[in-house]
Design a protein around this ligand. Structure first.
Ligand SMILES: [Zn+2]
Length: 259
């Protein structure tokens, strides 16, 4: 992570914080590829182990009214192929219904369960706050992912008495160091990753989700333009491309229990 991250008041310092394991939560197959595939490709190339948890099967996606029955299987297969392109093979599903996701205790408990199993240094998630400039980023399922994951990482994840069945199953409480959020409001962005070298890989991963793209060329141009603009916002040199995150330090040296 040493050479491709830049920071604007980010609590994450790539010089001093080593990342070995990352767990990503999204709502639908393809969300992670639009939001963070460049960063993930850079992480896996540097030896970081990355896992995905996709909360719904994406069963409300696609455009063909004659293929409703096949959509879930098709989208999961697309996500597996896209993940492999950026070095990810460990993919989990919560099998919630597309369009109906809520930050329910059932969902939060499953988030806590998976984080306690994998014990990552970074949890990457969609943002719980709405982006009013590009409202398409803020599908209600995306906001629900952000809310469920944020509620899970504090306090339930680190409280052995929250969802006691997890501790009884041997999953010990865990203090997460960092929560990285994407697809939120621009004013929340505080960490920009220079993914200039990963743009083609990211586009290749996005292209795999063929069932979701009626106009691949237009999508391609839009994603490239947005990544250039993101780099500009992060103060990177002209012509660079970036992905932006809102990095939250959940547990650091100065953290105290309670508030
Ligand atoms: Zn989505």
């Amino acid at each position: 992570m040493e050479t491709f991250a830049t920071q604007v008041h980010s609590p994450f310092d790539p010089e001093h914080h080593r990342i070995e394991r990352v767990l990503c939560f999204t709502a639908h197959p393809d969300d992670i590829d639009f939001g963070a595939a460049g960063t993930i490709a850079a992480w896996t190339a540097a030896g970081v182990q990355v896992s995905y948890c996709i909360m719904t099967d994406g069963d409300a996606g696609g455009f063909d009214p004659d293929k409703r029955e096949e959509v879930s299987g098709l989208r999961n297969a697309e996500q597996r192929r896209a993940a492999a392109l950026v070095g990810v093979t460990d993919i989990h599903y919560l099998h919630q219904r597309d369009g109906y996701l809520e930050p329910s205790h059932e969902v939060i408990r499953e988030v806590v369960r998976l984080i306690r199993q994998l014990r990552p240094d970074v949890v990457l998630s969609m943002h719980p706050e709405r982006n009013w400039t590009r409202i398409q980023k803020s599908h209600p399922d995306h906001l629900a992912v952000g809310e469920a994951v944020t509620r899970a990482v504090y306090p339930a994840l680190e409280n052995p008495f929250a969802y006691p069945e997890l501790a009884e199953a041997g999953l010990e409480a865990y203090k997460l160091p960092y929560l990285w959020l994407f697809a939120g409001p621009e004013e929340r962005e505080n960490h920009f990753v220079d993914v200039t070298g990963q743009v083609d890989g990211k586009l290749a991963a996005i292209h795999v989700h063929a069932s979701q793209h009626p106009d691949v060329d237009a999508m391609d141009r839009t994603v490239r333009t947005l990544m250039l603009r993101t780099a500009e916002r992060g103060g990177l040199p002209a012509g660079h491309s970036a992905e932006a995150f809102h990095v939250v330090s959940v547990n650091g040296p100065g953290t105290i229990a309670g508030f």
